[in-house]
Ligand binder design. Structure first.
Ligand SMILES: Cc1cc2nc3c(=O)[nH]c(=O)nc-3n(C[C@H](O)[C@H](O)[C@H](O)COP(=O)(O)OP(=O)(O)OC[C@H]3O[C@@H](n4cnc5c(N)ncnc54)[C@H](O)[C@@H]3O)c2cc1C
Length: 381
């Protein structure tokens, strides 16, 4: 496999970097502190085409390949300070937009995809529950069929984008005893009676990406809003996890590259004991490790693009990419902070924010432990 970008892909990535530098760095320190989502940034991304990257033109998207989508995300991560906004975009793209593209009927695609690919619909993914996190198929949100509609009752937690979303891709069970075989997926509009976005949840990082709990109380969802077949929601969920795990961290390839470049410049300029700190081997070694991690991570993510473009499964490869990239990211952010010394610990440098943002990556979309379990399972262990 060749993981170099061709000329067109490189131009696309350069355009994404330029766009992000100009449009996605506005007042990030204050917004991170105050937990403020940038609606302007979201709209600017829609104008650039981010929300519709892999969505076919007939549904209002750019119809690009997954490699191009990854290249754009990498570019955005390089140019943008607002990684929270990129997280919100990723959450929508991989766990709301793509499941509708792959599992929605024509009516559902026409109803939701143009808005998702533009800026009029913001999507959220309601899977996790207070008692069903890693053990997601233990979910207890019930979906009872009553003629032409379902009645949903239950509580979802950790729902990214919930405070700003107007579409909730929601998983519920028709019978908890069936575990995975009972899970059914639904498309639920925000104004549906019985749906309420309740407690806003304050996070350590990714603070510009809002999160809340979502409660369903006798929420009436028409059968026409079921996504895929009854009891087959697990296929929708696993498809969205495959995409999310494979692609959600692509922007961090860009962040890791920018961080590496900044650290190299810093260790050349910063002098202690009469020489640049990069001349101390223990400092240089951190830079070396950052470079090795970045070069090891990149092919793992681009491999997903190439597999998906050939319509091949990438379940195992996505878990590997998610596990290795998230853990590498955290280590590299820690290295960057150590390299910058006390200055790295200060808010205005942005390194502490990158580290706080990065720490979530080993948790969402399946924790590192769960990725290891999945990889072990695929090896027959
Ligand atoms: C920033 C962020 C955004 C998120 N966004 C969303 C979202 O949009 N929608 C959504 O539905 N959810 C979302 N989540 C929830 C996320 O998917 C869960 O946090 C995650 O799946 C872990 O579940 P839990 O938090 O309940 O932890 P638990 O499942 O309680 O796990 C606690 C610890 O036990 C370990 N553990 C559990 N089971 C095993 C096992 N079998 N083997 C080994 N170790 C195990 C875990 O790895 C972890 O270390 C988000 C989470 C975060 C942090």
């Amino acid at each position: 496999m060749d993981f170099e970008l061709n000329e067109e892909q490189q131009e696309l990535q350069n355009a994404a970097i330029e766009f992000a530098r100009q449009e996605l760095n506005d007042d990030v320190i204050r917004r991170d502190h105050d937990e403020i989502f940038s609606h302007e940034g979201w709209k600017a991304c829609a104008r650039f085409g981010v929300q519709g990257l892999p969505v076919p033109p007939e549904y209002g998207g750019m119809g690009l390949g997954i490699t191009e989508a990854i290249a754009v995300m990498e570019g955005l991560g390089y140019g943008a300070g607002d990684q929270g906004l990129l997280f919100s975009l990723n959450a929508q793209l991989w766990t709301a937009t793509l499941p509708i593209l792959f599992y929605g009927d024509e009516e559902q695609r026409k109803r939701y995809l143009p808005g998702l690919a533009g800026d009029s619909v913001i999507g959220a993914n309601c899977a996790s529950e207070p008692d069903a996190g890693s053990d997601i198929f233990a979910m207890s949100t019930r979906a009872e069929k009553k003629g032409d509609h379902y009645l949903l009752n239950g509580a979802k937690t950790f729902v990214s984008n919930a405070p700003i979303a107007n579409l909730f891709v929601t998983y519920a069970t028709i019978d908890p005893r069936l575990r995975a075989m009972g899970i059914t997926a639904f498309l639920i509009d925000r104004d549906t009676p019985g749906l309420s976005v309740t407690r806003k949840m304050e996070k350590m990082g990714l603070r510009t990406s809002p999160m809340a709990e979502v409660i369903f109380e006798d929420c009436v969802v028409p059968v026409a809003n079921r996504l895929g077949r009854e009891g087959r929601g697990v296929a929708v969920f696993e498809c969205s996890m495959e995409w999310e795990r494979g692609c959600i961290l692509a922007n961090y390839l860009g962040l890791m590259r920018r961080q590496l470049e900044n650290c190299i410049a810093h260790v050349r300029n910063r002098k202690q004991f009469g020489k640049p700190i990069g001349k101390f081997q223990s400092v240089a070694n951190r830079i070396v490790d950052m470079k090795v991690r970045l070069d090891a991570c990149r092919p793992l993510v681009y491999r997903i693009g190439q597999l998906k473009e050939k319509n091949k499964p990438a379940v195992l490869e996505s878990s590997i990419a998610k596990l290795f990239l998230s853990e590498s990211l955290v280590k590299s952010c820690q290295d960057a902070m150590q390299i910058y010394g006390g200055y790295g610990y200060m808010v205005d440098q942005g390194i502490e924010r990158d580290l706080r943002d990065a720490l979530g990556s080993t948790l969402y979309s399946g924790t590192s432990e769960i990725q290891r379990n999945l990889i072990a399972g695929s090896l027959g262990i």
